[in-house]
Design a protein around this ligand. Structure first.
Ligand SMILES: [Zn+2]
Length: 115
């Protein structure tokens, strides 16, 4: 069983599992398995959160985690504070990747993240 660390930071890591071909994203207390397509969709969802909007919703002013990401399970919404959101973005940022470049790109990135 081999998995490649794509990215890593203080909240968690994004792994690519060669066994099942899925990405395993762990972040704080959550663990999500995503296909390549789902990962891209998740990345878009994270990227497109309207920071200004959620910052200015009146009932949100006293809430620590005000940035929601809905999941494929309709009654489950993940919520983040600004710093967590930035760290999550960092982990799932793979939008310009071509499929065949995965492994080589990941290997390079893995080396870089060791610094
Ligand atoms: Zn797996």
């Amino acid at each position: 069983m081999k998995s490649i660390v794509v990215r890593k930071n203080k909240f968690g890591e994004l792994l690519y599992c060669e066994n099942c071909g899925f990405f395993h994203l762990s972040f704080s207390n959550m663990l999500i398995e995503l296909s390549e397509r789902e990962l891209r969709a998740f990345h878009m969802a994270v990227k497109e959160i309207d920071i200004d909007y959620w910052n200015n919703v009146p009932f949100n002013q006293t809430i620590k985690r005000k940035f929601p990401i809905s999941t494929s399970q309709e009654n489950l919404v993940l919520v983040f504070d600004f710093y967590e959101l930035e760290c999550l973005k960092e982990l799932v940022m793979i939008s310009n990747l071509k499929r065949k470049d995965f492994i080589s790109f990941f290997d390079i990135d893995y080396v870089v993240s060791l610094n």
